[in-house]
Structure formats: C-alpha cells, structure tokens
Design a protein. Structure first.
Length: 128
C-alpha cells in the first residue's frame, strides 16, 4: 500500500468517525434576541458633522434611547441615517423600510446586514 493510499484511508476514517460520533447531537440553538435589532453603522474615517451626529445617534440607540436616536437620524437623508431611522422606529414598518432602502440602493452593501437580525426579531415578536 502506498503512502498516498494510506493517508487517504486514514483521512476517510477520521471523517467517518467524526460523523458517527456526532450523529444525533444537535448544537443548542441561539436564544432569540429581544428588543430592537442591533445597529452598527461603519462610518469609516468620516469626521464631518453628519458622521459625528450619526455616531451620537448610534450611542443613543445603544443606550436604548430610541426616540432621541430617531430624532438625530431623522435630520439626515444619507443611507446610513435612513437605516438608523428605520431601526430606531422598531417594529413600526422597519422591515418594509429596509426592503425599500435595499431596492433603491441595490449596489450598496449597507442595508443587507440588518435584514437577518430584524427578520429574526420580527419572528420572535410574532411567536410571542
């Protein structure tokens, strides 16, 4: 038996052992997050007034001061501000607003990461 054949058989054996050893064992599922979906806007190296204000709004959002965060986000029309505004209004139309933003900004990767947490939270609200 050649070394390559021996190595291939050993690797196959390890895989089979791993499958058999973990059969029937499902990892525990993550607990659903309650409350507003997480918000993290990457503003990069921006230091303009809007970036400073959006950063302040994110801090308000993190402290669960959603109405104040919404007021700050609402002053601006950038995509980041619109995403923040949609999430701060949770759950009032958030999913529809995110879908509309995604449709209007198809080339932007900004909106998509907020869908999964927002949809999961929507499912949690419906199940409750």
């Amino acid at each position: 038996m050649s070394f390559v054949t021996f190595a291939a058989l050993t690797a196959a054996g390890v895989v089979v052992f791993g499958v058999v050893a973990t059969r029937g064992h499902a990892p525990p599922s993550a607990k659903p997050r309650s409350g507003h979906p997480p918000l993290s806007l990457a503003l990069g190296d921006r230091a303009d007034r809007e970036a400073r204000e959006l950063d302040r709004a994110q801090r308000l959002y993190a402290r669960k001061d959603y109405s104040q965060a919404a007021a700050v986000f609402g002053r601006y029309r950038s995509l980041e501000a619109q995403v923040g505004s949609a999430l701060a209004a949770w759950p009032s139309g958030t999913i529809a607003r995110l879908e509309n933003l995604q449709a209007a900004h198809r080339r932007s990767a900004l909106v998509a990461p907020f869908f999964q947490p927002a949809r999961r939270a929507t499912t949690d609200l419906t199940a409750a």
